[in-house]
Design a protein around this ligand. Structure first.
Ligand SMILES: C[S@@+](CC[C@H](N)C(=O)[O-])C[C@H]1O[C@@H](n2cnc3c(N)ncnc32)[C@H](O)[C@@H]1O
Length: 400
């Protein structure tokens, strides 16, 4: 009786605020439609214990209910994500809709390594089922907008290496090298001598194999190493899709470490996801909470202003900033499509919970980039204090 009343009240409230192409089916055969057209999404509530997730439908609660099997959902993935966002937006109080401030994570090397292995060491076969063949796991660059994913990923790598003006014989450190695509390209096309570091054992193994297969073992070294433990100096440093794991509090130290690894006239690229909340709060509606719990434990996103500020604090001068938000919406959209297309194979390769987490995270991130909840910025920087006469007059060199 108690739940029936609550549910009735909730159904009336949602219907009053928005027409949604949604059907709700209860365990007892009751069903509710929320729109004038036929429903595109059906949410099935298997028993009364699942109702609390629905009655407080933040993205964290809806996501948890789906991942833990407390709710079943049918429909196209994009429509599901739209409906989930509409439910969260219509049901949450203004206070709970606001960016969410979590307690910063404690970033010991051990905890960070565990967090990386949780996300990246699922299996290489799993990632092969939705990434491009080079397995680049960061925002691609669709220069013309109509490239396929593999082309756009290669263009992204070339865009980065051109922006930081890699020359034959340069030494290059790639912090968070993933499966090795950037160091391979830097060696093959630009003639650089590279070191790539990762905390993922699977990435380390496959990247090492790929370097060997390319006959580049003398030119590229892949290490299973925390960036905080790298020694020496390099002409060029890249960090692509990695600094999201560093932690807001650690950003000055992270940039100071890059500065100490860079030669005086060197150049570095920091490419990563940024928060669009000026105070570096987490994505609204509970999206950030879901990501912290299930997808990227230990992940934290700074606003671009905090990136630039902490970069300067760490002894680096930002030279050039480019926002690639549209590109990441498209990249995640393609990953999500690939994931759907390979769903049967992926379900056999991982457990149901993992399947559900990655399914909603990939499509949800595409939506979040699309709607300016999060963004992606590339920043070229070098050691502070260099002579102005050594800086380029324009950005033209980036497009040759
Ligand atoms: C999203 S992946 C990006 C991989 C690659 N740069 C790409 O674009 O495909 C993030 C990478 O950062 C690495 N990483 C995260 N924290 C690290 C740390 N403290 N030290 C070294 N690598 C780290 C992970 O192991 C992973 O390779």
């Amino acid at each position: 009786m108690y739940w029936e009343k609550k549910l009735e009240h909730w159904v009336d409230g949602i219907r009053h605020q928005a027409a949604l192409p949604l059907r709700l089916q209860l365990w007892n055969g009751q069903q509710f439609d929320f729109g004038k057209q036929s429903p595109q999404v059906t949410v099935k509530v298997p028993n009364v214990s699942s109702l609390p997730f629905l009655l407080k439908p933040s993205l964290a609660n809806l996501g948890r209910a789906y991942v833990e099997g407390k709710l079943e959902v049918e429909g196209r993935l994009n429509a599901i994500i739209e409906i989930a966002n509409a439910l969260a937006a219509n049901s949450m109080t203004a206070e709970r809709r606001a960016p969410w401030f979590h307690n910063p994570f404690h970033h010991t090397k051990k905890k960070d390594a565990e967090a990386i292995q949780y996300h990246y060491d699922v299996s290489n076969e799993f990632y092969q089922m939705f990434l491009d063949p080079a397995m680049v796991y960061s925002c691609a660059y669709f220069e013309n907008g109509d490239e396929d994913l593999a082309t756009a990923q290669q263009k992204k790598i070339d865009h980065i290496l051109t922006k930081i003006q890699v020359r034959p014989g340069d030494t290059l450190l790639d912090i968070g090298c993933g499966w090795g695509a950037l160091v391979l390209r830097a060696a093959q096309k630009f003639g650089a001598r590279c070191v790539g570091v990762t905390l993922s054992k699977n990435q380390h193994a496959l990247a090492t194999e790929r370097v060997k297969a390319a006959g580049l073992s003398g030119q590229i070294e892949i290490r299973l190493q925390d960036y905080r433990d790298v020694q020496g100096t390099f002409d060029r440093v890249t960090s692509v899709g990695m600094f999201e794991h560093v932690g807001l509090k650690n950003l000055p130290l992270y940039f100071a470490k890059i500065s100490s690894l860079l030669k005086d006239d060197g150049l570095a690229m920091n490419h990563g996801i940024t928060s669009t909340d000026v105070n570096s709060g987490e994505t609204a509606y509970g999206g950030g909470e879901f990501i912290d719990t299930y997808v990227f434990p230990q992940g934290e996103l700074p606003h671009i202003s905090q990136v630039l500020k902490t970069m300067q604090m760490g002894g680096l001068e930002p030279f050039d900033v480019e926002n690639l938000r549209r590109h990441y919406a498209k990249t995640c959209g393609i990953w999500a499509e690939n994931f759907e297309a390979n769903a049967d194979k992926i379900r056999k390769a991982v457990d149901d919970k993992r399947f559900r987490i990655w399914r909603v995270y990939l499509a949800g991130c595409s939506y979040a980039f699309e709607h300016d909840w999060i963004s992606l910025n590339q920043v070229v920087c070098g050691k502070s204090g260099r002579d102005a006469s050594r800086l380029p007059w324009s950005r033209r060199y980036m497009y040759r």
